[in-house]
Ligand binder design. Structure first.
Ligand SMILES: Cc1cc2nc3c(=O)[nH]c(=O)nc-3n(C[C@H](O)[C@H](O)[C@H](O)COP(=O)(O)OP(=O)(O)OC[C@H]3O[C@@H](n4cnc5c(N)ncnc54)[C@H](O)[C@@H]3O)c2cc1C
Length: 422
């Protein structure tokens, strides 16, 4: 039997952020993860807001030493037009860069740092059962090498990502969005010589292939590149794709025009792999002795790379609140945690919805968008979704549709004037 103040399920970015912060404040923290690290997970494009989180958790210096590829923005392509999103144009004061990372390596560094900072991590331990009324605390049973192990603690943080451990074990109301979207992705290896043939080869890029189908290209500093397609499953099961294997991936790779020859005939070093119906949210994020953080609390969509940002924001916030509670203070979890997390998620949800309905895409690819609008939108896309001084946060539901509409009217007016003068 192992006893600690806090038990964490999952050693991804969310679990290790929480564990690192709590361990440094004198709490004993045990983390269990069913995987043996390094392990593959998708989610390789980060947002600047997470840099501040890793600074607070003490994990940043070790990450900086890894020479990951710097992400100072991203290129978006549609029908031959390009939008250059630069985090340096951020309205909210904060980080203006981050990295694009192979998560197997990156998450391993995060986990090693959490251990160095005082958390105990048990790899290869799958959470099987939980008792939330075990005396004054909780008990978790894991399986490791075929044997059961018992862990007890005063509080449980579920950061088990796609595992959704507590949602499954406690039958919490985890709601799938049912939007029919899926992702098909793979890793390839590129030589420096091959990359050298292209302009700005390390720039992270996205190409719109249809209103609800897009492509990502994420080059890493270790020579691997992540390629992926996200959209409604009809694009994959229909005439454009033939399922999910290498043949389907090669056929899909013929679609992005901005990368027409870079990825032709590439060999896959991971995948292709498919994830279907990834959008979900959990109606219950906290209980008297537990909290859900990161992906297992909910996940919207990969389009703006918000997953890890939510993982670190929620992991760190949960840790701060729990620190207070363990010291005897009263914490109002529904307001201080659930409402706060949902507020940020709602902002991202609005942007994702306006991406897929075309409004945000029209804003990205419109000519001469006023700089002040651009800066405020870029702040949201850098992850600063809690800055309510930004009208593109505080009025997130209306801001993008209103701007898209005004740009369309302006362009229609310009076309009319042009016709009049010719
Ligand atoms: C197609 C796609 C593309 C994406 N792209 C991006 C992107 O570019 N940028 C981005 O920020 N996000 C992206 N995401 C989201 C990203 O993958 C997640 O949001 C992020 O990994 C969440 O981190 P986490 O710490 O919550 O969980 P994870 O990183 O998933 O870590 C959870 C850990 O829990 C462990 N675990 C699970 N079940 C159990 C169990 N029963 N017992 C013990 N351990 C367990 C797992 O082994 C794992 O190590 C993408 C998602 C999808 C579907």
């Amino acid at each position: 039997m192992h006893h600690s103040d806090v038990l964490v399920i999952g050693a991804g970015p969310s679990g290790t952020a929480a564990a690192s912060w709590l361990a440094q404040r004198g709490h004993s923290v045990t983390v269990v993860d069913r995987a043996v690290f390094p392990r593959f997970v998708i989610g390789e494009s980060l947002l600047p807001v997470s840099m501040g989180h890793w600074e607070e958790t003490g994990q940043l210096a070790a990450l900086k030493a890894q020479n990951y590829a710097i992400k100072a923005g991203a290129n978006f392509y549609r029908n031959g037009k390009m939008f250059d999103l630069a985090f340096g144009e951020n309205y909210t004061q904060g980080w203006t860069w981050t990295w694009q990372v192979p998560r197997d390596h990156f998450d391993n560094v995060l986990a090693m740092e959490a251990q160095r900072l005082g958390a105990r991590i048990h790899f290869g331990h799958e959470a099987l059962r939980v008792d939330l009324e075990h005396g004054e605390g909780v008990e978790l049973v894991t399986r490791h090498n075929g044997k059961e192990h018992h862990f007890t603690a005063r509080f449980l943080i579920d950061s088990s990502g796609y595992g959704g451990t507590l949602a499954k074990l406690l039958d919490l109301h985890d709601v799938p969005a049912g939007n029919g979207r899926m992702a098909l992705f793979a890793h390839v290896r590129e030589s420096e010589e091959h990359r050298g043939k292209y302009a700005d080869p390390m720039r992270i890029s996205f190409e719109v292939l249809a209103q609800d189908l897009w492509f990502w290209s994420i080059p890493f500093s270790d020579g691997r590149t992540s390629l992926g397609f996200v959209g409604h499953h009809s694009h994959f099961d229909g005439p454009m794709g033939t399922g999910s294997g290498p043949t389907a991936m090669h056929r899909m790779l013929e679609l992005p025009k901005a990368f027409s020859d870079r990825y032709q005939g590439v060999e896959f070093v991971h995948g292709p792999q498919v994830i279907r119906e990834y959008t979900h949210y959990n109606q219950t994020l906290t209980g008297p002795r537990y909290v859900l953080t990161g992906n297992c609390a909910g996940f919207l969509d990969p389009v703006f790379s918000s997953g890890v940002a939510f993982a670190t924001e929620s992991g760190l916030l949960a840790a701060k609140l729990l620190d207070r509670q363990l010291k005897g203070e009263q914490v109002d979890w529904p307001n201080e945690y659930e409402a706060y997390i949902r507020q940020g998620a709602d902002v991202f949800r609005s942007y994702i919805e306006t991406w897929y309905n075309g409004d945000l895409q029209d804003v990205f690819f419109a000519d001469d968008v006023e700089q002040s609008h651009k800066e405020r939108i870029i702040s949201v896309l850098a992850g600063y979704v809690w800055d309510r001084t930004n009208p593109y946060v505080s009025k997130h539901e209306r801001a993008i549709p209103a701007l898209a509409e005004s740009l369309r009217l302006r362009d229609a007016e310009r076309r009319k004037n042009l016709q009049r003068t010719t």
